[in-house]
Write a protein that binds this ligand. Structure first.
Ligand code: CA
Ligand code: CA
Length: 329
């Protein structure tokens, strides 16, 4: 697992200010000829809890020990938030869901009183130079796949593009190559769902009964799109693409455009069962703290606290069914 600390947010209007000399992302690796900005050592703090039936479980959270290249420490007021990379399939379908469909489910003041709010992030669109709906990234801080790809080139790989150029306006990568990279993530298909048996179907019913589907929406629809293959489909990503307060335990305390320090975008669940098949050492949640799907569920709090408690206090057989359902996605 590779963790990079994110400092502030992209250097864009409405996003937090970058850190002088370090920017918006802390690079603990560097391209040829450059030096890493810092070394980051992850320590895990582990706590034991118990299910309703007394069975113990353990949750761990990362503590980052950051030493800057000059041997110094970060200023105390710098906000940091660790990240693991999210899966990259099915993204074109999520991009093809119209803004109206996403916004129709927002309920920022919880007007219907069901305990679930759901807020849209409004982020800076570097291509159009105005604010738009954010939908990609752990806090929905990227508006589209072209900008997410350009951001990854800039921050993760140190490669400049026409969207995020060098200080003198030049770019190492041309617009056509950047567009091709974005096209790849746009068209990478969602893995086929595993056949669901009785256990998985029971888990699906429990998922609905526990209220998980209030945010992890089973179905969204795509609209018109320049790529015909993405148009007019009912898709099953299990996300509403909105921000939700997930409580203080999971909070990173670092706002990102409209997303507060306790808010996270509902993570899509499709393909979840294959995560550790593709990468056996991979883990879940924004900083990779959850080693298993059970742990990922048990970290839910805030708006999801009642749902998490239904899982935590359920009989072991029901918990296993719900996890089997998640693995089948
Ligand atoms: Ca940096
Ligand atoms: Ca509501």
């Amino acid at each position: 697992m590779r963790i990079s600390a994110t400092l502030g947010t992209p250097e864009m209007p409405g996003g937090p200010a970058p850190v002088a000399g370090l920017g918006t992302q802390l690079q603990d690796h560097a391209i040829w000829g450059a030096g890493a900005e810092a070394s980051v050592v992850v320590r895990w703090i582990e706590e034991t809890h118990a299910y309703g039936d007394g069975e113990p479980y353990s949750l761990r959270r990362p503590m980052l020990d950051i030493t800057l290249a000059d041997g110094g420490a970060l200023d105390a007021e710098v906000m940091t938030s660790a990240r693991i990379p999210p899966p990259v399939f099915g993204l074109g379908l999520l991009e093809a869901v119209p803004d109206d469909e996403v916004l129709s489910r927002a309920d920022p003041a919880d007007a219907d009183g069901d305990g679930i709010s759901g807020r849209a992030n409004e982020v800076w669109d570097a291509q159009r130079s105005h604010t738009v709906l954010g939908r990609f990234g752990w806090k929905a801080n990227a508006p589209d796949l072209l900008q997410q790809a350009a951001g990854a080139y800039a921050q993760d790989m140190g490669v400049s593009t026409p969207l995020f150029p060098e200080a003198d306006g030049g770019a190492e990568l041309d617009a056509r190559t950047l567009a091709a990279a974005a096209f790849y993530t746009r068209t990478l298909a969602v893995p086929a769902r595993a056949p669901a048996g009785e256990l998985e179907r029971r888990g699906e019913a429990l998922f609905a009964r526990a209220g998980c589907a209030a945010c992890h929406l089973e179905e969204l629809r795509t609209a018109e799109h320049e790529l015909e293959a993405l148009e007019g489909q009912a898709i099953h990503p299990y996300t509403d693409l909105l921000l939700h307060n997930m409580g203080f335990e999971l909070a990173d305390g670092r706002p990102d455009f409209q997303a507060s320090g306790t808010e996270w975008r509902t993570a899509p669940l499709w393909g979840l069962g294959l995560t550790q098949t593709v990468l056996p050492y991979s883990s879940y949640l924004h900083d990779g703290r959850a080693r298993t799907l059970e742990e990922a569920v048990l970290w839910h709090s805030g708006e999801a606290e009642a749902s998490r408690e239904r899982f935590r206090t359920a009989p072991a057989g029901d918990r296993a069914a719900l996890i089997a359902f998640l693995r089948s996605l």
